[in-house]
Write a protein that binds this ligand. Structure first.
Ligand code: PTJ
Length: 270
């Protein structure tokens, strides 16, 4: 199917182009049908946070990268939406942090697995775990398809990055002792509240930032990185992210023209 062209002067161009990538991913079987709905929910929260990376998200990304770089066996979990929106960034983070990529799907279908493998390989991935021919084991706490994990990957990982995760799996990963990093635009989701570090931002902004930070922080000592990760307070950070949304809404509701053009951080201090 021909890709819909977004007019260059469309005021919502950036958001519509991201949406087109998800639709294209769905047509190629990378994204599950439910992934289209998940994206719509994400878009709504992105609108509420001002469609930009907040200071809170930046701090969380810093702690997340510190945790990944200081881990013994970090893994980057990949699902359909993450692959459609950020394949190259997932591959480069995996390389910088020496964290293997593992495909882990809620709505498993062999054609989706194949489509994701193809897309990750095109983005430069050399090694991909979690495929049908890899040795697998299960997370006992979980009943969905995602209970199957790669014996060489998530099963033995200490730190797992789960972009756009469903709540059950985050809880299950925590229950089996993993340090979980989530990227989730919804600060109220079970994933956001159960992860050790939640980056409340769009994956299309969060992953490039994580790559940049990973390059910068790679030379730091393991002790410093471990300290940065352990000092991060996810609940406090999520509360601040929710306050930013409230401030944004307050300003919109008051329709005070003097506040137009202010960033959400500036609004939060009013
Ligand atoms: O590819 P599969 O089969 O593994 O399925 C993937 C989905 C995303 C369909 C599955 O994990 C799912 O149903 O997830 P949920 O429970 O809908 O949660 C997805 C979360 O991601 C929601 O909290 C959304 O707000 C959030 N989200 C959606 N798009 C983005 C996002 N967060 C960050 N960046 C986005 N672009």
């Amino acid at each position: 199917m021909k890709k819909t062209e977004v007019p260059p002067d469309h005021p919502r161009r950036a958001s519509l182009e991201i949406r087109e990538r998800v639709i294209e991913g769905h047509e190629k079987h990378i994204v599950a049908t439910a992934g289209l709905l998940a994206h719509g929910r994400g878009e709504a929260f992105d609108y509420l946070i001002g469609e930009r990376t907040s200071e809170q998200a930046r701090r969380a990304a810093h702690a997340a990268v510190a945790a990944i770089l200081s881990a013994d066996r970090p893994v980057v979990s990949v699902n359909g939406n993450a692959c459609a929106l950020a394949a190259k960034d997932l591959v480069s983070l995996s390389e910088i942090a020496q964290a293997p990529l593992e495909i882990n799907l809620f709505y498993y279908a062999r054609e989706r697995e194949d489509a994701i493998v193809k897309s990750l390989r095109k983005a430069g991935a050399k090694r991909i775990l979690g495929t049908h021919d890899s040795p697998s084991t299960t997370i006992p706490e979980l009943s969905s398809n995602r209970r199957k994990v790669d014996a060489d990957g998530i099963a033995r990982a200490d730190v797992v990055l789960v972009p756009l995760e469903d709540g059950d799996r985050t809880e299950a990963l925590r229950a089996v002792g993993k340090f979980v990093i989530a990227i989730d635009l919804n600060p109220l989701s079970r994933t956001a509240t159960h992860a050790n570090v939640t980056i409340v931002d769009n994956i299309v902004r969060a992953l490039p930032l994580m790559n940049e930070l990973a390059r910068e922080m790679k030379g730091q000592s393991r002790e410093d990185l471990k300290r940065m990760a352990s000092e991060f307070d996810n609940h406090a950070n999520l509360s601040e992210s929710i306050r930013l949304i409230m401030a944004h809404l307050e300003s919109e509701a008051s329709r005070d023209s003097s506040n137009h053009g202010k960033t959400v951080e500036e609004l939060a201090t009013l």
